[in-house]
Design a protein around this ligand. Sequence first.
Ligand SMILES: NC(=O)C1=CN([C@@H]2O[C@H](COP(=O)(O)OP(=O)(O)OC[C@H]3O[C@@H](n4cnc5c(N)ncnc54)[C@H](O)[C@@H]3O)[C@@H](O)[C@H]2O)C=CC1
Ligand SMILES: O=C([O-])CC(=O)C(=O)O
Length: 312
Amino acid sequence: MTLKRNKISVIGGGFTGATTAFLLAQKELGDIVLVDIPQAENPTKGKALDMAEAGPVQGFDASIIGTSNYEDTKDSDVVIITAGIARKPGMSRDDLVQTNQKVMKSVTSEIVKYSPNTIIIVLTNPVDAMTYTVYKESGLPKERVIGQSGVLDTARFRTFVAQELNLSVKDVTGFVLGGHGDDMVPLVRYSYAGGIPLEKLIDAARLEEIVDRTRKGGAEIVNLLGNGSAYYAPAAALVEMAEAILKDQKRVLPSIAYLEGEYGMDGIYLGVPTVLGAGGIEKIIELDLTEEEKELLSKSADSVKAVMNVLA
Ligand SMILES: NC(=O)C1=CN([C@@H]2O[C@H](COP(=O)(O)OP(=O)(O)OC[C@H]3O[C@@H](n4cnc5c(N)ncnc54)[C@H](O)[C@@H]3O)[C@@H](O)[C@H]2O)C=CC1
Ligand SMILES: O=C([O-])CC(=O)C(=O)O
């Protein structure tokens, strides 16, 4: 019997792309192809070689190559898109839309040319609209084009709650719905520490402050870094999603999914709870929301639609 190794391509070899490639290799999730534009080919090859040379020390077996040639991505099981520009202090994610839409179109046609059966995970911002662009451009079924926001936003919420209560992050679970913007909807009602509802452990006013910090979590890092945006936690989020798919884990994770009637929305990519497995998004989990939560979700969806309206 021949064992087939997974092949994962990461498009964009910048901060998030390179960090993702390294985490994928450390977890031995497959062989990795890191792709960037021709001008960046040597640095991309250099990063890939440098990562491969960490293998003997860290004890992982993974081939990692850097390239600008999409032929090298042929037959990828999963493709992760991080290509494009990132925001700087003073910018919103939506300011990236025009440039990054062009990048999405060009990379997607190359991806599907060589891997027509792949599953694509999109990170590039503004991520809800960019996932929609990749879906349209790829012609892939909706369950095979997925965006990343909720795992990261929830991870931020969990970090802040664990710090507040001086508890292990492992015991804190969270739940964030909606678009990846300042009006995302962290659902405190569905968030726990060791199975205990957070509302029993933290007073309402403090919880609201934590929710607000979560909503602005991306900007907090942008302002601290000064010249780019977060990459360690975003890469970790991508790897958790890719692992769920590659190992058919049936994880319940928030994903940016194409909605056709779910949550009363139609024709829009938005963050919702999903089951991730070998088929990509195998299920969208629908929950009863309170009137207030519905209103917040609808406001968040309106912000995503406003960005979709400027798509060319
Ligand atoms: N959805 C989310 O939660 C998050 C989204 N992001 C987004 O991810 C994107 C990447 O961020 P970083 O890696 O920090 O940026 P970066 O600037 O470090 O890397 C981007 C890379 O993309 C490459 N690139 C540009 N056009 C390309 C093309 N046509 N083909 C292949 N490669 C191309 C660039 O040469 C660069 O190496 C940004 O749009 C950022 O806003 C970042 C963090 C979280
Ligand atoms: O804030 C940004 O521009 C990058 C991002 O999406 C995040 O870190 O949540």
